[in-house]
Design a protein around this ligand. Structure first.
Ligand code: SF4
Ligand code: SF4
Length: 104
């Protein structure tokens, strides 16, 4: 896996010297909570993917079948290197499938 630049390496003032460089930064260090997706509750509505301001929800073409037998073609996971822990995904999820848990 490629080593990413920490937010601690940003220039003073947080100046963005090249556009579109967020993908190069590892933002995990400034979270105090992180989202956890319950794959059993998730109805694959894509709302978290749409609302995340950091494009840190990843849509994977990975099938998943719940314990009650419901099958989905997609799985939503969190890219923890880019998630800042804002909690918007958890707030917007219509079935409360995302829980914010303490970062340890
Ligand atoms: S907590 Fe915020 S940054 Fe992290 S996945 Fe959810 S919406 Fe995106
Ligand atoms: S908003 Fe909730 S139900 Fe919709 S895809 Fe995300 S985790 Fe699943």
């Amino acid at each position: 896996m490629k080593e990413l630049r920490s937010w601690r390496d940003f220039p003073i003032g947080g100046i963005i010297s090249e556009p579109g460089n967020s993908i190069e930064n590892d933002m995990s260090g400034w979270r105090n909570e992180k989202p956890e997706i319950d794959q059993e509750k998730c109805i694959r509505c894509r709302i978290c993917w749409t609302y995340c301001p950091d494009a840190a929800i990843i849509e994977e073409e990975k099938p998943y079948t719940t314990k009650t037998g419901k099958s989905y073609k997609l799985t939503y996971i969190v890219d923890y290197q880019h998630c800042k822990g804002c909690g918007i995904c958890a707030q917007e999820c219509p079935v409360k499938a995302i829980k914010m848990i303490p970062e340890v």
